[in-house]
Design a protein around this ligand. Structure first.
Ligand code: ATP
Ligand code: MG
Length: 157
């Protein structure tokens, strides 16, 4: 189906805001007030956002800010989710999309997880003809970004 991504992402962000009310995390939206359609599977794209946002929440400190930005660029739309959490050491970055990979088991032991979230996220983005990447500063935070092709036909409706 054709999905209006700004509206779709806003709704998911709102759900996360509600569900983390007790964790003093601030959510910022940098989402343009216009339509940007992508063609995709609504459930899969929900899971994509959930996997990325649940990491951002899990690895954020008390009082951290999570910023979600979205913009159209040529024939694609870029989405980035930035947190102020523990970050990922440079040498671990190439592996975070591998199945069952978790950075520093000791560090994340208490946080739980199987190391599948980002592997699944990558599968979903790839199946939609897009790409996903990470940039992170150890100790400063992490940004996960993905790009999906714009649905040019829907934009003309
Ligand atoms: P699961 O998602 O299966 O519950 P997980 O969160 O450990 O487990 P992934 O979501 O695949 O697994 O992430 C892989 C690893 O990358 C994590 O274990 C963590 O070390 C690191 N990571 C992912 N996102 C972040 C983030 N926002 N900040 C810091 N580290 C992160
Ligand atoms: Mg995860």
């Amino acid at each position: 189906a054709s999905i209006n991504l700004p509206q779709f992402v806003d709704q998911i962000m709102e759900r996360f805001e509600m569900s983390t009310k007790n964790e003093s995390i601030t959510f910022k939206h940098k989402i343009p007030d216009r339509d940007m359609f992508v063609y995709g599977d609504r459930d899969k794209l929900t899971q994509l956002m959930d996997n990325i946002l649940s990491n951002a929440v899990k690895y954020s400190p008390e009082g951290g800010t999570i910023t979600c930005a979205l913009k159209a660029e040529k024939d694609r739309v870029l989405v980035s989710i930035k947190d102020e959490g523990v970050g990922i050491p440079k040498e671990n970055i190439p592996f975070v999309f591998d199945r069952f990979y978790r950075v520093d088991k000791a560090r994340t032991r208490n946080l739980g997880g199987t190391g599948l979230g980002l592997a699944i996220a990558k599968e979903i983005v790839t199946a939609h003809g897009g790409s996903i990447w990470v940039s992170s500063d150890w100790g400063k935070g992490t940004t996960i970004s993905f790009a999906l092709p714009l649905d040019e036909e829907a934009e003309q409706l």
